[in-house]
Design a protein around this ligand. Sequence first.
Ligand code: BDR
Ligand code: CA
Length: 307
Amino acid sequence: PKKVLLDCDPGIDDALAIAYAHGSPELELVGITTVAGNVGLDHTTNNALRLTGFFGMDVPVVAGADRPLVRDVVLADEVHGGNGLGGVRLPAATSGVRDGHAVDFIIDTVAAAPGEISLVAVGPLTNVALAVRKEPRLVEQVREFVIMGGSYTRGNRTPAAEFNVLADPEAAAVAFGAGWRTTMIGLDLTAQARATAAVRGRFAGLGRLEAELISPILDFYGRHPQYRVEGPAVHDPCAVAYALDPGMFTTVPARVDVEVHGRFTSGMTVTDFAAPAELHNAEVATVLDTERFWASLFTALGRVATG
Ligand code: BDR
Ligand code: CA
């Protein structure tokens, strides 16, 4: 299986991303690192621990940055609830957080298996930025670097900016500027993965997984004004899907720069598909094979549900 290290801020869609990775035998989740984002670091870490327990996973959870590099914390608790999981209370975690800092875990885990690990980041990019600054060889050592973040059209948290980039634009600028090729799974892509009523119907039959987690978190998520009409976009699982099967995606090479100064545009991922090839720093996902995506996610969740 392909080794994946998931950096996340659970988070409703992060929870689905963790389940998806766990239920996909083609992937081996080698670790989960947490960052402040949707909710504070204590919550994102606690949620990661509770989720891994609930899913029956044996994977290290390591806590990372509790705030952005430069700015004040920006949360998305109105989208994810005060506890980050739409008020859902999972059983207390059975295992504890792994000692050490996420940044060192990322560096050491990738260095121990050069060329093998896909680093998939689905929260603000604070841990990733600190890791590439502390160990620049990380850029050559990863197999690939995939993010859920950004957008080449419009944002969600502001008209210009997507939440993960908006929350720590300086970190995102470091990540896009690090010298590797970032695969950007942005809002333009994830808007194609909406948990509509028809999709929700397919979750029935997942037993406790559905009744105690998926249904209540998606109910909460879907009540947000942004999602009420077309259904909530399940952003973060799309980044896992890319690691699992890039054939589900159309990507286009581009130059992506992060706006860190704008008064109205801070956190915008300025995407130039017309840039000369030598300036390209990203593969930007544009089209999702929606049918394949849902089929793959449901298959994985079915495996998690039946243990
Ligand atoms: C991203 O922001 C978070 O709220 C979600 O978990 C996702 O990673 C979408 O903009
Ligand atoms: Ca997230």
